[in-house]
Ligand binder design. Structure first.
Ligand code: SF4
Length: 447
């Protein structure tokens, strides 16, 4: 087997973070990364079951890998992630040239599985539980100055459209001490921004017993403690659940200078009937009340959201409610999705699936509305001076991309050191980015 590996990641941030752990495990065993599939000894497809067409993407990629494997039988092909957990034997049935299927709880066993596959043939480990937190595994970070930190894998909710509880299992919170050690280590290595990752960060800690006190969420406490780590400049988190939101989290955000003024706050629908069928146990009024309280406490905060259009049984009146809430909420940005059933979820079996053309027409109306709001909110920032963290060259190599604390992308004409902080004046805006000009020399890198 060539001592090189290549990882392709198809999913959400949790999935991206798992890829960092997979890279860490392989690199700790002496393998080197490569971008060239013809040079790779191990190819890992890290899959996601949340995104649309996840299985088409997986089997498309596996189809391309089949002749590569035929030409190089020593190549090990690994399928990891949520789809591996969900589809199990189906993957090896449809793509028998796959060597290892490794589920979300089995990453600590990846090296054993690879070794066994060389002598015993195809291996599969989709165990439902492991004592080992992924955070105990080594990681290779995609960025030198930003890092994701998993605080609580799994989810105890049962949103009827979502596959996560099935593939990631119940929530398991890491201890605050363990998280702080990881963050301190990251900062010592030059990281200036961390994003705390959990399926439902507000319930972080509810499954941990603190001696002498009742079980309760500890997210506000975690935010304050992570935010106080010496040398750390920015703390972000994703995602809170509107049902479990608590005022102490707002206080912790407002009181902790390193916690960025941005929140992703998933709405999903503005119709109470649809929210009920989604098993999202908050209602539109409650959602909007939380938004008001958050904006009152943290002026200028950027808010993004998720909205699903065309959930089974969604009527025109339900959709009108969603438009109304989106208009009232004035999100800075939104991830908008057309509902499509995920096999294995409760909603996939619901009657009254909304016809595709109706979903498309509603989706187009929602996008038009949100684009207008995003443009208006971005336009209001022109003339302001903001601090940005430089991320690097933009994809087309024409400018430098940076990010505000409120999570807006700012393009700059100057070539600047990734990881540095600079102040910029916003000179132009579009719905999804701003253009800025430097107002002073860059601060020293990674500070
Ligand atoms: S809170 Fe709902 S949408 Fe989020 S991961 Fe859990 S079940 Fe899925």
């Amino acid at each position: 087997m060539e001592r090189t590996f290549l990882i392709r990641t198809f999913g959400c941030q949790m999935n991206e973070h798992d890829s960092e752990r997979i890279a860490g495990v392989l690199q700790a065993d002496g393998l080197k990364p490569t971008d060239d599939v013809s040079e790779a000894g191990v190819v890992v497809l890290n899959t996601c079951a949340i995104r649309e067409n996840a299985d088409n993407k997986l089997y498309g990629n596996l189809g391309h890998l089949k002749p590569v494997k035929a030409a190089n039988p020593g190549l090990r092909i690994v399928v990891a992630g949520c789809l591996a957990q969900k589809d199990r034997g189906e993957i090896q049935r449809r793509a028998p040239w796959v060597d290892v299927v490794v589920g979300t709880h089995a990453l600590p066993h990846l090296l054993d599985l690879l070794e066994r596959s060389e002598t015993e043939g195809a291996q599969m480990d989709v165990r439902e539980y492991t004592e080992t937190f992924p955070s105990a595994l080594p990681a290779v970070r995609l960025d030198a100055f930003r890092a994701w930190v998993s605080i609580a894998p799994g989810c105890d909710n049962a949103c009827s459209f979502c596959i996560v509880p099935l593939v990631r299992g119940p929530q398991r919170s890491r201890s605050i001490g363990d998280i702080l050690v990881e963050v301190q280590g990251l900062v010592a290595g030059g990281v200036v921004e961390v994003t705390l990752l959990g399926q439902n960060v507000n319930t972080y800690g509810r499954d941990v017993t603190v001696p002498g006190s009742a079980r309760r969420p500890l997210f506000a406490q975690l935010l304050r403690q992570v935010g106080a780590v010496e040398g750390l400049r920015r703390v972000r988190f994703t995602s809170p659940h509107p049902r479990d939101f608590t005022p102490d989290v707002i206080d912790a955000m407002a009181d902790t200078p390193t916690v960025c003024e941005h929140m992703h706050f998933p709405l999903q629908s503005g119709s109470d009937d649809v929210l009920r069928r989604m098993q999202r146990s908050y209602r539109r009024e409650r959602y909007l009340e939380w938004l008001d309280r958050i904006r009152d406490a943290i002026p200028g905060i950027g808010v993004s959201t998720d909205v699903i259009v065309g959930f089974p049984g969604e009527t025109e009146a339900d959709f009108a409610n969603t438009l109304e809430v989106v208009e009232a909420a004035r999100f800075d940005s939104a991830y908008m999705f057309q509902y499509s059933p995920r096999p294995g979820t409760k909603a996939a079996a619901f009657d009254e699936q909304v016809p595709k053309e109706v979903v498309q027409e509603r989706f187009d109306r929602l996008v038009e509305l949100q684009e207008r709001i995003s443009s208006e909110r971005a336009g209001a920032l022109v003339g302001q001076t903001v601090e940005v963290l430089v991320e690097g060259g933009d994809r087309k190599g024409r400018s430098t991309q940076s990010r505000t604390r409120t999570n807006r992308i700012v393009h700059l004409a100057d070539a600047l050191e990734p990881g540095s902080f600079v102040d910029v004046r916003v000179v132009a805006s579009a719905a999804h980015h701003l253009t800025g000009e430097l107002v002073r020399e860059p601060a020293s890198p990674a500070r």
